[in-house]
Design a protein around this ligand. Structure first.
Ligand code: G6P
Length: 366
């Protein structure tokens, strides 16, 4: 595997553009695409699992937070999720049917490793979604679900994030089947939808020139709000994290429905609000939140699809129109514009995009 920037200005943009390949490779490892089935992960009997306890840090935590929706919806499996640094302090009771799942790109993050050791000591089995196969977390876990992202150099995680999402989605499908709650035709539909992700990501990457223009507006402000509902909510949190990590602009992600419980007080004519809202079952609810923003002069940057654009007459100042896709896979593909927006803003701010100040690729202290 060659670790250089190729024709790219930064590792981060190279890694963003690698995502169709990386996700395609990871999905073909977990899915039997021709037959529309998920391959059952070796060493996990999901019919004997009654609870998943997810822990991770940073971007991996947001991948897990999206995975939670999939495991609950597709596999009807109860999921707890914590940031790794808090998990132990909560002292959660672990039932014999609890499977712990830690998620880490590097496999070396101290907090995540500590949570792994904590649950193993309590007697639970631990599966690890990791990118670095030789890492400590990969060695200490009972079983490993690898992400096939290749080395990630940019401190701000991009391709490892979508590879984690690919593993979590595929594993949720396998779990749904093992638990007898996912009819075969639904499994085929989900696998087909996942197999479309690389092509849809390539289409989303073509929106880069428009996103670069929008970044000029973001680069002028001090604060940005990101809103989403359902799986778009953790993606909003990830969008805000990406932006603050590399551009040093303050950003916050909120569940769209929480807007009225506080952050709405911040909205004025200077405030950009990035709304992640594919046209899905939750769309209409998010439209009413956008109306609340628009009524206060907030500058809405809407990431949606054609149907969403047609349906949302709320005066977004910018609309990023994504390709149409099934609702189950939107977080994988909508990650692209979210990452590109942070990247181009940071480039305009002149920060050290691949090595942002005060951050480390892998944090080995608690
Ligand atoms: C650091 C990095 C983040 C990353 C987090 C977790 O804070 O800057 O990009 O998401 O660690 O890292 P891991 O290797 O465990 O996924």
């Amino acid at each position: 595997y060659v670790v250089d920037k190729g024709n790219h200005r930064h590792f981060m943009t190279k890694e963003i553009h690698e995502q169709p390949d990386v996700v395609g490779r990871t999905l073909s490892h977990y899915l039997d695409l021709p037959n529309g089935r998920a391959r059952p992960p070796e060493g996990i009997d999901f019919s004997a699992v009654d609870r998943l306890a997810l822990t991770a840090c940073g971007t991996a935590f947001y991948a897990g937070s999206i995975g939670r929706y999939w495991f609950e919806r597709i596999a009807r499996l109860a999921v707890d999720i914590d940031v790794a640094s808090e998990f132990r302090y909560r002292e959660p009771p672990l039932s014999p049917g609890t499977l712990a799942l830690v998620i880490s790109q590097s496999g070396e993050t101290a907090d995540t490793l500590a949570s792994l050791r904590h649950v193993r000591q309590a007697g639970a089995r631990v599966a690890a979604v990791v990118n670095v196969r030789e890492s400590t977390i990969a060695r200490e876990a009972d079983l490993v679900l690898p992400t096939l992202a290749g080395p990630e150099i940019g401190v701000a995680s991009t391709k490892a994030f979508t590879a984690q999402l690919a593993v979590l989605a595929a594993t949720a499908v396998a779990a749904g089947r093992a638990r007898g709650v996912l009819p075969a035709e639904e499994e085929v539909k989900l696998v087909r939808a996942l197999s479309e992700v690389p092509r849809l990501m390539t289409e989303a990457l073509r929106l880069e020139p428009q996103i670069e223009t929008i970044a000029r507006e973001i680069a002028r402000v001090k604060d940005v709000l990101y809103l989403g509902r359902g799986t778009s909510y953790p993606l909003a949190l990830e969008g805000a994290l990406k932006l603050k990590e590399i551009s040093y602009i303050h950003a916050e992600g909120y569940a769209a429905g929480e807007l009225k419980h506080g952050p709405i007080a911040l909205i004025d004519e200077t405030m950009p609000v990035v709304v992640i809202a594919p046209y899905d079952g939750l769309f209409e609810k998010t439209v009413s939140n956008m109306q609340e923003v628009a009524a206060r002069g907030g500058r809405i940057i809407l990431i949606t699809d054609r149907r969403g654009r047609a349906a949302a007459d709320v005066g977004a100042v910018e609309t990023i129109v994504m390709p149409d896709m099934p609702a189950a896979i939107t977080p994988l593909v909508y990650a692209i514009p979210v990452q590109l927006l942070a990247y181009h803003t940071a480039v305009l701010m002149g920060t050290d995009v691949d090595q942002p100040r005060n951050l480390a690729k892998s944090v080995t202290v608690e």
